[in-house]
Design a protein around this ligand. Sequence first.
Ligand SMILES: N[C@@H](CCC(=O)N[C@@H](CS)C(=O)NCC(=O)O)C(=O)O
Length: 288
Amino acid sequence: MESLREFVKDNGLYLATGAVIVGSSLLLYKRMKRSRTRVCGVDYPKDKVILHVFPRTKTIPNMGHFVMKLETYLRIHKIPFQLDFNYKGGPKNKTPWIEYNGITMGDSQLIIEYFNKEFNFDMNSHLSKQERAVAWAIQKWLEEYTYWLNVYSRWVIFGDEMLRKFLKVPGPVAALLKITMRPRMIKTSYTVGIGRHSDEEVHQMMRNDLKKFSDLLGDKKYIMGDKITETDCAAFGILSQIRWCTPESCPGRQLLTSDELKNVADYLDRIKDTYWMDWEEILAAVKK
Ligand SMILES: N[C@@H](CCC(=O)N[C@@H](CS)C(=O)NCC(=O)O)C(=O)O
């Protein structure tokens, strides 16, 4: 032990230099490996979508709003896919992204439009031109507004609870995420505009927002009627996060778990029970 201490003392500089060289080489190797173009048929199978997503979590299969949207779409159409939890490095620097038969593509909507064309799918074929425009407006309302209300609520207002209860990462990782991720969320939300409001204003906006969605849904099975549409995939992506992956203190989550907006809660259960029959199984595997 004494001789080891002496050795470290005498060779500290060499050891530190060695550690830096090994560390940088590993980082460089990882980056090179990631940036190498992956080849279909060699690095991943043909005719199967490689869906790059965040790791599975304990209360919802994925904590990415747009991941839930896209995976729901793939499930509805029974398009074969395989999850890849290496989510970094997509073409838009956002998650989800896919690799499929030699193409690499980011953005859930562009991906859906690509598959619609590729397989001749149209979940909105029964809608009139005007109804399609309304469906699009609803989708963008949720994705461009409700989404940010939720991002700000869960990562900024209730950020500590979110890290503690939902990520369940070890203390030092949570502390690191708090230092790195939270300021980024604050900055982005400020740019978007939501981050300029007080917490109570954001809560009020969220309550109003969800109530309006509930009014629009009424007693319909899906948001545009009896048939599921692309807008329901998007709505499920956003609202499932508020219901299952946002701290209980959030008034939006409280609304979706109380009887007050039961039609919305039932709507989410309907999509979950129909297209995510393995939901509990997925969560159980994560909890192990
Ligand atoms: N328009 C994109 C949005 C994707 C998106 O915003 N994903 C979030 C996670 S829910 C993300 O990757 N955020 C990381 C970042 O903004 O750097 C889509 O539809 O896929």
